[in-house]
Write a protein that binds this ligand. Sequence first.
Ligand code: FES
Length: 169
Amino acid sequence: MSCKCQMKFSLDEDIVKYAKECTENEYPESYLISVLHKVQNRYGYLSEIHLDEVAHLLQVPTANVYGVATFYHYFKLKPRGKFSISVCLGTACFVKGADSVLDAFKNELGIELGETSSDCIFSLESTRCIGVCAMAPVVTINDRVYSNVVPAQVPAIIHEVKENMQVEA
Ligand code: FES
């Protein structure tokens, strides 16, 4: 049975509608990941209020929603920057110095892994093998792949991204 309450949601109307439709099915909880994907795709991350609203809409315990949101690496619980920097820490990248590349990004941006810069431009994350080991160490910034990255290149990479951002603005 779908949620019939008159509660005001901060989630966009189409997501509320989708979640309500999910509850018409036999196992509403099985749509939880699908709903969370929609929320994250729309807002860039899963805020506490949105997680609570999803729990309410799907009529599943809030603890279950938080459990799923924190279990999957894909889901982000904090706002992310306009550019998501992801350093591959898979074996091939690691043995070729990915940890030093990661340290260089931390130093350059003044943030730790999982954090977002204070100007909300960059988020720093790590990933496991993305399947291009021949180009290790590899860093992705949004959809762009940087190959054979060495720590000394990091300031120039950051500078380039910021410059391109200003050109596009
Ligand atoms: S280990 Fe980094 S791309 Fe494979």
